[in-house]
Design a protein around this ligand. Sequence first.
Ligand code: HEC
Length: 159
Amino acid sequence: MLKPFLIVPVLAFPVLAFLSVPAFSQDAAPAPATPPAASPMRSSVPAEYVNKVNPVKPTPESQARAKKMYGWDCAMCHGDHGDGKGDVATDQKLSMRDYRDPASLKGLTDGEIFYIIQKGTGQMPSEGDRAKPDEIWNLVIYLRKMASGQTTASAQPPA
Ligand code: HEC
C-alpha cells in the first residue's frame, strides 16, 4: 500500500527539479560580478562536442517547431526575441546575453550551443530528453537567426 506514495514523488522529481531551478538562485550567494563575456563558458563543454557540425538542414516546418519550443522552454528566460528579458530572468535577476547582438553567440560553436541546450549550464536547466537531437540542432539555428531579427517567438504554454 505504500507504493503509490513512493512512486508519485519519484515521478514528480524531474518536474519539480526543473521548476525549482530559478528558485535556487534566491538562496544562493550573489553571483560574482564577472561580466558575461569573461565567463569561461567553453570550459564546461567536452571537446567532442565543440567541433560537431550541425547535421540538420532547416525546413520551414522544423524552424516553426523550433520557434514553438523556444516559446515553451526558453522565452521565459531568454525573452521572446532573445533579448534576455524573459519574466523568469527578470524576476531572478539572471545575467543574460542579448541574442539580437550578433557578437553574443559568436564565440560559441554550434556544437557548444547544442551541448549547453541539451545539458544546461549554470542557472539554465537542461532540455535533456524533452528535445530530440534534431530539435536541438534546429534550436541552434533558430538562436543564430535572432541576430538577424528573423524571429518572433512568443512565450506560450505547452500545447
Ligand atoms: C531558467 C532560465 C533559463 C531557461 C528556461 C533557459 N535558459 Fe539558456 N541560459 C540561462 C542563463 C542564466 C544562461 C547563462 C548561464 C551561465 O553562463 O551561467 C543561459 C545560457 C544559454 C546559452 C549559452 C550562451 C549564453 O547566453 O550564455 C544558450 C545557447 C542558451 N542559454 C539557450 C537556451 C535555450 C535554447 C533554451 C530553451 C531550450 C534555454 N536557454 C532555456 C537561462 C535560461
